[in-house]
Design a protein around this ligand. Structure first.
Ligand code: TRP
Ligand code: SF4
Length: 442
């Protein structure tokens, strides 16, 4: 199995994907204890993660951390796009995240033949305006265009030192006819993801990238590059302890001094240092302490000319199924709800949507419906119903055959209509604010 970030394939078996690519399952333990956990986290819509623990720890200890997302403007924004923004806004509001939003105009230019001016128009008029209407705040928020950001572009070409061609081919399936701008695009995305850790943006810190699983190849590439640039390698040793190893040959003694000092401050007293091995063994630590030790040592590295990149974390959300059962896509208006749909039109789409209901009412009364294969239920769970008890009530009554699809469609149609009307009003105000987001931050 291979994931192609530039095709629009749908992935059915999330468990299998997770196992194949080493993505961790995202379960109750992962979100429990966060402030007002968002419905996408609570309901298993976020099904996987990498290193979310670092982020949770930063949130709970109120340490600096960042969330980063990129938008590749292609057509109109739909509810599928909204999911990542809901996450971002939650982290901004409730969890103290610094928000970074990359307009992926270089990527659109390189992979979709999209002129830069066109991306600009779509990014601002369609995407950013909706982001603001959905609740994105200008506070602790940076919005930038890839093509105009020298920090990101410079970082991108530097990161290329630690990615070789065979790796790029293996991850992305690039070949002889891939254009060079496309070959370079993943490095720009790696630049997006890692630049919040540059000194100018506050130095090493956990960074969360909420994505659909189609973006995981970029996460794998970026995490590998981040690791390759580190001056310390922090790992579990064979006897189950933690070892920190200096990876360069320069200033080894000083690096070990600094590491020792830093880890003492964290309360690790029992350490063994072997300069010849360029190693510092933390005897009293277990693998539980590894992220904290790794992060402490990452923060030393900028003093020694390194970047100290902490591997970026990610969450993976499920894709929405199309209302008509096919693929949801901007090129098929019937397939989904777009944020600029006429509210009454959107309600009609819900009324026509494919549900998990039985073929006849009798049969449904007898055997119940199937909320798992129902695009209307999905709308409730992902977007429209906040109260877990209410959602559970719909689920139960669908299963036991006391609820008919007409009732759901009526409820769903009404809720979507109201949601879009309200969003439309907020968009008017957002249009006045959008300049503030970009001018202040670009
Ligand atoms: N490649 C992403 C897409 O196709 C857009 C993107 C660019 C992005 N840079 C990013 C996503 C950084 C996450 C993080 O939609
Ligand atoms: Fe879906 Fe509601 Fe029909 Fe059940 S009753 S299949 S949840 S529309």
């Amino acid at each position: 199995m291979k994931i192609d970030p530039w095709s629009s394939s749908q992935y059915q078996d999330y468990g299998k994907l997770r196992d194949e690519f080493g993505i961790e399952e995202f379960a109750e333990d992962d979100w429990f204890g966060l402030p007002h956990p968002h419905r996408l986290l609570r309901r298993g819509v976020i099904f996987g993660h990498r290193d979310f623990g670092r982020v949770k720890n930063a949130i709970q200890k109120r340490e600096p951390w960042a969330v980063l997302t990129g938008l590749m403007p292609s057509g109109r924004m739909h509810l599928g796009h909204k999911m990542v923004l809901d996450e971002v806004i939650y982290y901004q509001r409730e969890c103290g995240a610094q928000v970074n939003i990359a307009v992926a105009d270089i990527e659109a230019y390189a992979t979709r033949d999209m002129p830069l001016e066109r991306t600009d128009e779509l990014a601002v008029g369609e995407y950013l305006v909706n982001y603001i209407a959905l609740g994105l705040s200008p506070e602790r928020c940076r919005v930038y265009f890839q093509s105009r950001d020298s920090d990101v572009k410079d970082l991108a070409w530097k990161l290329g030192r630690k990615a070789n061609w065979s790796e790029m081919k293996a991850i992305y399936g690039f070949g002889d006819s891939t254009n060079m701008a496309h070959v370079h695009a993943p490095l720009i995305q790696a630049g997006d993801i890692l630049h919040p850790q540059l000194e100018r943006y506050g130095g090493p810190k956990p960074v969360l990238v909420p994505v659909g699983v189609d973006q995981d190849p970029h996460m794998r590439l970026t995490r590998g590059i981040a690791q390759a640039f580190r001056l310390f390698n922090v790992t579990k040793t064979r006897d189950g302890k933690i070892g920190a190893f200096v990876k360069t040959d320069e200033r080894v003694g000083e690096l070990l001094d600094a590491a020792e000092g830093e880890l003492k401050k964290l309360g690790f007293i029992d350490m063994k240092r072997i300069d010849d091995y360029k190693a510092l063994y933390v005897n009293s630590a277990s693998s539980f302490d590894l992220p904290a030790i790794d992060e402490a040592l990452a923060r030393i590295e900028p003093r020694f000319g390194g970047y100290g990149f902490i591997p970026p974390s990610s969450t993976y959300h499920r894709f929405m199924t199309a209302l008509d059962g096919g693929k949801m896509s901007s090129s098929r208006p019937e397939s989904g709800i777009f944020l600029t749909d006429e509210p009454a039109e959107a309600a009609k789409k819900v009324k026509r949507a494919k549900t998990g209901g039985a073929t006849t009412l009798e049969e449904q009364r007898k055997n119940g419906g199937n909320p798992h294969g129902c695009s209307v239920y999905e709308l409730f769970a992902y977007h429209l119903i906040e109260d877990d008890g209410e959602l559970a009530g719909i689920y139960e009554s669908c299963r036991d055959g006391t609820r008919m699809c007409g009732e759901c469609k009526k409820l769903g149609g009404g809720l979507i209509e109201k949601f879009l009307e309200d969003l439309g009003e907020k968009r008017e105000k957002a249009r006045e604010m959008v300049g503030e987001f970009i001018e202040q931050n670009a």
